[in-house]
Write a protein that binds this ligand. Structure first.
Ligand SMILES: Nc1ncnc2c1ncn2[C@@H]1O[C@H](COP(=O)(O)OP(=O)(O)OP(=O)(O)O)[C@@H](O)[C@H]1O
Length: 289
């Protein structure tokens, strides 16, 4: 198996505002394989946007380990960071309009990152723009400006723009947050398309259960740490019917720490000290009675 594309270990991000320290990430662990598409969920303030900004190379971690492809996000030089943001990651923001430039057409917008990177020839970049707009179903809107596009179409132009330089990973922060259900489905479909057709690894932060219910893996963040993961797989019954099985897992860090959910702790009055016993096929946690 090839090594994972994204590896975060004990990732910490502390913000200092005046004399107050905010620990936005408190030792987060996350591994994402190449070609995967995952959702990241969590309450407001749990650290999702902070994680995405770090992976996007916009913000730098305070401590821990974070690697994306061949880049160590803790020790990148300024020059590396520019290269990383231009070629390795694509980023789509929640505010649809903030992803686009009002006076550029869809075609000009998608072309912009390639011009900035001065990579492909004019002919190549023209081909790439057409390929992306076609894959996302908006080739007929190529000459329109944002004001002449619907919210869903604007988001698809934003996704195409983020994909222009062929990134390894596409990050999306609440991309369906401002959209109605039908439009959200279109946008989610667009993310799925680029994941499947271009092989880009996709990490999408969302509050939308309809989105998190459609990816194979959902990672939940609580208080700046990865708390649980839900894995979904499709099972086929004997009569040929298929259904999705979703199983929730707790996440264990490298030091062996696992968070026991609050309702489990309360049900058995598990407090500061618990008994751990190793059985042949499981580890038991019991109250200290
Ligand atoms: N630049 C900053 N300076 C100080 N504190 C910050 C900064 N950015 C984020 N925080 C704090 O870090 C914590 C995590 O914020 P973050 O935006 O990552 O959460 P989130 O899960 O994305 O929330 P939401 O779902 O509301 O967007 C919060 O307590 C937030 O107030």
């Amino acid at each position: 198996m090839s090594e994972p594309l994204i590896v975060c270990e004990s990732l910490v991000r502390i913000y200092q505002s005046g004399s107050v320290e905010v620990q936005a990430l408190q030792g987060l662990d996350l591994v994402v394989d190449r070609g995967e598409m995952i959702a990241v969920v969590g309450a407001s303030g749990s650290g999702k946007s902070t994680l995405l900004s770090i992976l996007a190379g916009i913000d730098a971690p305070t401590a821990g380990r974070a690697r994306v492809d061949r880049w160590n996000l803790l020790s990148m030089s300024r020059r590396d960071r520019v290269h990383y943001r231009r070629h390795t990651v694509g980023f789509v923001r929640q505010q649809t309009a903030s992803n686009l430039v009002p006076y550029l057409t869809a075609r000009q917008m998608v072309d912009l990152p390639m011009t900035a990177a001065r990579t492909p020839s004019k002919k190549e970049s023209h081909k790439r723009v057409t390929e992306l707009l076609t894959a996302l179903g908006i080739a007929d809107k190529a000459d329109r400006r944002p004001a002449q596009l619907s919210g869903g179409e604007q988001m698809r132009v934003a996704i195409a723009t983020a994909m222009a330089n062929g990134p390894r990973v596409l990050l999306a922060d609440e991309p369906t947050g401002e959209l109605d259900t039908a439009t959200s489905e279109q946008v989610f479909g667009a993310l799925r398309t680029v994941n499947r057709e271009f092989g880009v690894t996709v990490v999408v932060v969302t509050h939308d259960p309809a989105v998190s219910g459609q990816v194979e893996r959902t990672v939940a963040i609580r208080d700046g740490r990865t708390s649980s993961e839900v894995l979904r797989r499709t099972a086929t019954a004997e009569n040929g019917d298929t259904h999705v099985i979703a199983e929730e897992y707790a996440v264990m860090d490298r030091a062996g720490r696992v968070q026991v959910p609050r309702d489990y702790r309360e049900a058995l009055a598990l407090t500061r000290r618990v008994r751990l016993t190793l059985e042949a096929d499981r580890v038991e946690i019991r109250p200290d009675a």
